[in-house]
Structures are given as C-alpha cells and as structure tokens.
Design a binder for this molecule. Structure first.
Ligand code: MGD
Ligand code: MGD
Ligand code: MO
Length: 771
C-alpha cells in the first residue's frame, strides 16, 4: 500500500494542494481561493529531486583536514558526508573559536535572501535569533530589490519605501480615475505574481482586464515590450536603459517652460523647487534639460518627449509609475526621486488613482490590501552588535576589512569577518560580479550554510547543514495580502535533513543557549504561539480570526478582507494633501523634498541635493560601449522565483540548448551571425557565460535580456579565462554601489558583447550534480 497524503502548502507564489505518494510529489493543485494561480507551482513536482537535494550534513574535504590555509579551494573541493553530531560539533566549535578570537562582530549573519514563505520557518529570523542568543553578529541593511529607493524615499517623502509603495496609489483607484499612466519599466507583468510571504488570490489578471475596460491610456517606456500586458494595448516607447531620469527631466523642463507646472501644488506641498529649477533651466550648470538634450541621451525623439509632456498636462488624473528595476543601477536613487518631483509638478500626488506609483509592476504593489494589524512572528530578539553593512557591499567587506565607505551621511568602516553564516538565500545567485564574490568568499576562516539543495552557496561552504523544505514541515503563511493560511507537512524530511529551527537548536545546545533559543517549544507550539499573537493583534483591530483549532483542522486559507474597513483615503499622503500644516510629512521641512538640505549637506558628488542626470560608467552612451556595445538587463525570471528550483522541469523547459535563454534583437543578432537556438557566449572584462539565443523584436536594438536564476556553474578560473556554462548574468554585472548615499546594487548598469560559441560546452546536469 502506498502512503498517500494531500495537504495545503503555502509558497511565495501562492497556495497549492500538494499530493504525495511515499513522499514523492504526484499532484499540485492550486488552492480553490486562487482565481489566477501562478504556473510556478509546477516546480513543486521536483522539490524532492535527489540529484539536487542535500541528504545529510556535509563538510568540505579541505576544511575537514583542518588546514585553514586551504580556503582557496572553497567552491572546488569535494564534500565528505558526516553525522549530525559531528557536523554540529564542528559548527559550534568554529563559532566559539571565532567569537573568542575576534569577537561577535567577526560573524557575518546578514544572510540575505527570500528563502520560503512561512512565518515560523523563516530562515532569516531563525539565524538572526540564534546569533543574537550567542552575542550577536554583523548584520546587513536594505535589500537587493530596492536599496537605493529604500534610502532616498524617506528623505523625500518622510516614510519608508514599503509605505510609499503601498499607499501612494492603488489599482482600484487607477481603474476608476486615472486617464493616463506613463509607466517606466513595467506595469503589471508576471513579476506581480510573486509576493513576499505568499498570497491567497492572484488579482493581477482581473485588475488588468478592468484597467483595459476602463480605457486608461498606458504608455510604457521600457526596453522590452511585454513589460506591459498585451490587453492594455500600451504605446511602447523604447529608451536606452538607465536614461529614464533624462526623459523625466525633459518632461519637467517642458512643463516649466510652457507654464504648465502646477505652481500651487509646488508652493503648498513641496520645498526646494527653485533650486531644482536652476538646474532644470541650465542656470546652475549651463546645460538646458530640454527635449533635444534628453533625446540625445535616451534615443527617444524630442517630439515624443514633448508629446508626453503635453499629454500629461492635459490629462485629468495623470499617473507616473516606476519599476524597482530602474534603481538597481548606478545612481538608482535618481529615477525614484525624479518620478516624485515630476508627479508633484503635475499636481497629481494624492489624487485618487493619480500621482506616482513607486516600485510598480512587481510583488503585487498596488494590488492588495494589507491587514490593519501586525501578524505574529518568530521573535529575533536584540542584536548586541551594532555593526552592519549595506547588503550589497558584502564582497567589498570581505576583501577590505578596515576599509572605509560612506552610507546615508555616515562614514563607516568594514569589519573583519572571519565566519559567514548563511541560511535562506543564495549570494551566488543574487550578488553582482560573481568572480569577485568568489575571491572574496575565500577570505573568512569558516563558511556555514543551511540549504535544502546544492545551490552554488552550499557548494561554496565549509559546513553544510541540510535544511528541509516547506513540504516537510508545518507553518503559517501570511504577510502581504489579507489571507492567512496553514501550510502543512505533506512528506517526510528528505534524507536526514532537518528544519533550520532544529539545526539551530542543535548548535544552541552545544553553545549553552538552548533554552534561550527554543523557550522549550517544539514546531507546533511555536506555530500556535505565532497564530495566537496574530489572533490577539487582529482582535485589537476589530478583526476576528478563527480559533487555532478550527484554523488548523479546517486547513483552508482564511480571507480577512470582508472584515477590513478599507478606508482608501486614510493614509499618510491623503492626510498630508488634506491639510499639509496639520499633517506634515516626516521630512525635515514637513513637505515633499524636491531639494533635500540633508542630502546636500553630505557633500556627495554622486547624489546631490536634488534629482540629477548623472553620466553612467556603463550605458549605451558610455565610452566603454565602443568595446562592449550591448546593454544587458538581467530581470527576474518568469518561470521561477530567482534561483529556486531552477533544476525543475518547469524551469528547464524554457532553457535553450540547456542554458538560460538570452533574448536579443534580430538586427543585433544578424550582424554577429547569431541565429535562434544558437549557443552564444556573452562577455565583458569581468566574466563570460554561455546562453541559448532567442531572437525577438520585442527587445529594443542594443539591449539584451538574460534573466537571473540559472544556477551558477563556473569553470575553475575567476579571472579573464573564466567561463560560466549555464547563463548566470551575475558573472557579467558590476559590483558597485549605486552611489555614496545608499550603496545599493547596480546590476542593471552593464555593458557586454555577444558572439556565437563553438567551443566545448559541458552538460549542466553533470556539472551541477558532481560533488
Ligand atoms: N543581475 C541581477 N541580480 C539580481 C537581481 C537582478 O535584477 N539582476 N535581483 C535581485 C533581487 S531583487 C533579489 S530579491 C535577489 C534574490 O536573491 P535570493 O533571495 O538570494 O534568491 P533565491 O533564489 O530566492 O534564494 C533563496 C535560497 O534559499 C533557499 N531556501 C529556501 N527555503 C529555505 C529554508 O527554509 N531554509 C534554508 N536554509 N534555505 C532555504 C533556496 O533553496 C534558495 O537557494 O536577487 C538579486 N539579484
Ligand atoms: N516570476 C517572478 N516574479 C518576481 C520575481 C521572480 O524571481 N520571479 N522576483 C520578485 C522580486 S524579489 C522583485 S524585487 C521584483 C522586481 O521587479 P522589477 O524590478 O520590476 O523586475 P525586473 O524583472 O528586474 O525588471 C522589470 C523590467 O524593467 C525593465 N527595465 C530594466 N532596466 C530598465 C531601465 O533602465 N529603464 C526602463 N524604463 N526599464 C528598464 C526591463 O525591461 C524589465 O523587464 O520582482 C518580483 N517578481
Ligand atoms: Mo527582490
């Protein structure tokens, strides 16, 4: 008799009824609540693939020999399976040694990444709580997603980026009121299907149908046509990547010089327009930011820029939206700041359905209503160490202990890291210039990684603890919308894997802090405690959750929306617009800061007191383009979440020649002798990778598109001879802070060239499964 089970499992891309037989996944059925489920669920069929899962604790052979000088072979050595006791002893003694010799700030626990969706088995919370209990760690701040925007927006609007994204404008208001939307980088493509912490019902499709019926005119400025859904029939305008600020400035210039800027709005709600105007008109730098100027930078005809400005002027409720991709680039602060300034000049900020949509087109921003209370969480405790780095500066930190850098007005020093602990993220997926990261990764004495699969990060560790997956444990999923859902164990642990919680219990016990870490609770006791915290918080907000017993037994997602009094106009921006004196913004001036005296006082040359177009070191107008004439964008993959389950059939079926598919314009392909399906080499002076070519006129000429997420599969070199075989764009991208202000990642500022590849191309599966 087969052992069959069917349970609801929550993921970042939706909830699914997963069916297993003897532990193998045999069925994946979207939850009945989901009107438009994401096909990414198909990847769950491969979640137990034994070629890629880690079945027992592993130690790098060189590390096991105890020779601390052999860090050079990290990432290349074979692994030796060991018992849990041996691995936990080794892990705890290496932590103890680093603590005693260098202090807790030598432990890097920044551990960035999406991991999985549950509230309890949230890997970052787990590793942070553990490290806090043993005296703390060097942390990381901000995200790879929106670091530049996270730092600039509080200066400009006085709220954090999440609040700004959630409350400035909502789609249901756009459908009702907006007559013109100019979208920079995307409105409503597949990126909206993924929400951090999961979701109950995908609303993107119906929303875009409603928008199409409402007849809102959409103009999409982007290098890739499908950045707006086909039913919106958006006008597609192609501009050179990273030139959006110049376009916005020229629109602003046209508004100013044609007397169309909303001077009343500017006077009442903003500060610093006059200073900005000097720059706009060229009084401060002798460069007039008019349409001809922006045309020469962006490649958009001047007449089109003026037409956009006129259209915006005559629209009743204009909206500017801006995708987070624009700020994962050099000077990424500027497009977000300038989008706010432009919307202020239009006087449309705070109008229902108008103004500015920040970090638009991704992660369901504007589509869902969050609950008006705090969900329960697994408490992380307090970190006794105050040290932190901007998240994307990890390689610089490892390579330059004691080196100095700036961040948001501070002068800082990199700590000397001797132990890296990673749980729930994949730096060899998310970081830029992976050859550099590989060199940096050899610096610390010890690298410990909790992983379910043999990701590149696991392969670059000394000690690997095998983590189980969400199919193998119980949890609660809730966060970014109005649903709360149980996520239940549907299969036994793969091999000897354990939950992160159990792994940290094992280490805590050896370090004498087990009680402090676990509080004596097991998995279900924590899940219940987190539910009760949610229950109590909801009750205070007048919302009734079922009892835990009902919730767990029934096993269905619960939608709280009908109990939520969604007062659309009760938010920071509506209150400010209603009465800017009584409800000041939390900026130094209390108003929208077109000029920020704070930022100006930092004295940075790459982020001034107002939005500015800065020449970039990598864009199609740079000198470097003479050597590397194509701009590579490396967007999110449509068929997976980052690198997660890239080995699964659903992800592999879209590869070309077994490699990630690179999309390029037929003209660019033709002059290089590249045809569809051909194996190609993409290269610059930082690295090179193979990919399979796909020709399409949906991508503008001069730009290629290689999505992130192909598992990093390099040859043995990390210099000019390096070749990555699978199509990982991060061997090509630059590891450079967006600016002195936020030090965010600059992945989208990247020039490359591409050629047909005739050399040896080893099979990926074989390379990735060699241990
Ligand atoms: N070039 C370029 N690079 C980019 C971007 C880009 O646009 N261009 N985008 C950036 C962005 S926006 C982001 S958010 C990052 C994403 O980068 P990451 O969040 O690091 O990417 P993921 O592939 O989601 O990595 C999650 C890892 O956690 C593991 N995991 C899942 N669940 C668990 C668990 O319960 N326990 C443990 N221990 N491990 C678990 C998975 O197996 C996987 O390896 O990438 C960034 N990198
Ligand atoms: N299916 C799926 N969805 C996801 C994710 C995933 O891994 N898979 N990841 C999620 C995460 S963590 C995040 S942070 C969000 C990210 O959401 P985004 O940052 O919006 O996503 P990207 O795919 O990087 O970029 C969107 C589009 O921006 C355009 N673009 C790039 N550079 C420029 C530019 O300089 N100017 C203009 N005008 N356009 C440009 C590209 O054509 C690209 O298709 O997506 C989320 N959604
Ligand atoms: Mo992200």
């Amino acid at each position: 008799m087969k052992n069959s089970k069917k349970e609801l499992v929550g993921t970042h891309w939706g909830a699914y009824w997963v069916e297993t037989e003897d532990g193998a996944v045999v069925g994946v059925e979207p939850s009945q609540n989901d009107s438009n489920p994401s096909p990414i669920g198909n990847l769950l069929y491969d979640a137990k693939d034994s070629d890629y899962r880690i079945s027992q604790p592993m130690v790098r052979s060189g590390y096991l020999k105890g020779d601390s000088n052999n860090r050079q072979s990290r990432g290349m050595d074979s692994f030796v399976p060991v018992s849990w006791d041996k691995a936990l002893d080794l892990g705890s003694s290496s932590i103890k040694k680093v603590k005693e010799k260098y202090g807790n700030s030598a432990i890097f626990g920044g551990s960035y990444g999406w991991s999985s969706a549950g509230r309890f088995h949230h890997a970052q919370s787990q590793v942070h709580r553990f490290l806090n209990r043993i005296g703390g760690y060097t942390a990381s701040v901000n995200t790879y997603s929106h670091a530049a925007a996270e730092v600039i927006i509080p200066h400009v609007l006085g709220v954090d980026l999440a609040t700004a994204g959630d409350y400035l404008v909502k789609y249901d208001e756009i459908v009702k009121h907006c007559d013109l939307c100019i979208s920079f980088g995307g409105i409503g493509n597949f990126n909206n299907q993924v929400l951090s912490g999961g979701l109950g019902d995908h609303r993107d499709k119906t929303t875009f149908e409603n928008l199409s019926i409402a007849g809102t005119e959409v103009i999409s400025i982007s290098p890739f046509r499908p950045d707006s859904p086909p039913n919106l029939k958006a006008e597609w305008i192609t501009a050179k990547p990273c030139t959006d600020v110049a376009i916005m400035l020229a629109i602003a210039h046209h508004l100013e010089t044609s007397d169309s800027a909303d001077q009343d709005f500017i006077n009442r709600y903003t500060v610093g327009y006059d200073e900005f105007k000097k720059y706009l008109l060229g009084h401060s730098d002798n460069v007039v930011k008019d349409a001809d100027w922006a045309a020469s930078i962006s490649g958009i005809p001047a007449s089109d820029i003026e037409r956009l400005a006129d259209k915006l002027t005559s629209a009743v409720c204009p909206l500017i939206t801006i995708s987070p991709s624009l700020q994962r680039a050099e000077h990424g602060e500027q497009p977000f700041w300038m989008a706010v300034v432009l919307a202020a000049m239009l006087g449309s900020i705070g109008k229902p359905g108008g103004g500015v949509g920040l970090k638009w087109g991704s992660n369901g921003v504007g589509l869902y209503h969050k609950v008006p209370f705090k969900w329960g969480r697994f408490p992380q405790g307090k970190n006794p160490i105050s040290e932190s780095i901007p998240v994307a500066r990890i390689a610089d930190m490892l390579l330059n202990p004691g080196g100095t850098y700036t961040y948001n007005g501070e002068n800082r020093t990199y700590p000397d890291i001797q132990l890296v602990y990673w749980a729930g993220g994949n730096p060899f997926h998310h970081h830029q210039d992976l050859n550099k990261l590989r060199r940096a990764w050899r610096e610390p004495e010890t690298v410990i990684v909790n992983e379910s699969v043999w990701s590149a990060t696991a392969r670059h560790a000394d000690i690997v603890f095998p983590a189980n997956t969400f199919l193998e444990r119980n949890d609660i999923v809730c966060r970014s919308d109005s649903y709360i859902s149980p996520s239940k164990q549907v299969s036994e642990n793969f091999g000897e894997s354990r939950s992160d919680y159990e792994i940290f219990c094992g280490l805590s016990e050896r370090l004498g802090v087990l009680n402090e870490f676990s509080e004596g609770r097991d998995e279900m006791e924590w899940v219940e405690a987190i539910y009760h915290e949610s229950f109590d918080n909801a009750e205070k907000a007048g919302i009734k959750l079922p009892t835990f017993e009902d919730f767990w037994e029934k096993g269905d997602p619960v939608n709280l929306e009908s109990q939520m009094k969604i007062s659309k106009r009760d938010n920071f921006i509506a209150r400010f617009i209603d009465d800017p004196n009584r409800n000041q913004l939390r900026t130094p001036s209390g108003k929208i800061e077109i000029f920020s005296s704070n930022i100006d006082s930092f004295g940075y040359t790459d982020c001034l007191g107002h939005p500015v177009w800065f020449e970039k070191s990598e864009w199609l107008g740079a000198q470097r383009a003479a050597h590397y004439p194509l701009h590579m964008i490396s967007p999110q993959p449509h068929n997976r979440l980052h690198s997660q389950f890239d080995f699964g059939d659903f992800s592999r079926k879209d590869k070309t020649n077994g490699r990630e598919t690179v999309t390029l314009n037929p003209e660019d392909a033709h002059i290089r002798g590249i045809t569809s399906g051909m194996l190609v080499r993409i290269f610059n002076d930082r690295g090179a990778c193979l990919a399979g070519a796909h020709l399409s006129d949906h991508i503008m000429q001069g730009v290629i598109r290689l999505p992130t997420g192909a598992w990093y599969c390099p040859n043995e070199f990390d210099g000019p001879d390096s070749l990555e075989y699978h199509g990982n764009p991060n061997v090509l991208t630059v590891d450079k802070g967006t600016s002195s202000l936020s030090q965010g990642p600059s992945a989208h500022s990247c020039l490359v060239d591409i050629e047909p590849y005739k050399g040896h191309a080893p099979e990926i599966h074989e390379l990735l499964t060699k241990r």
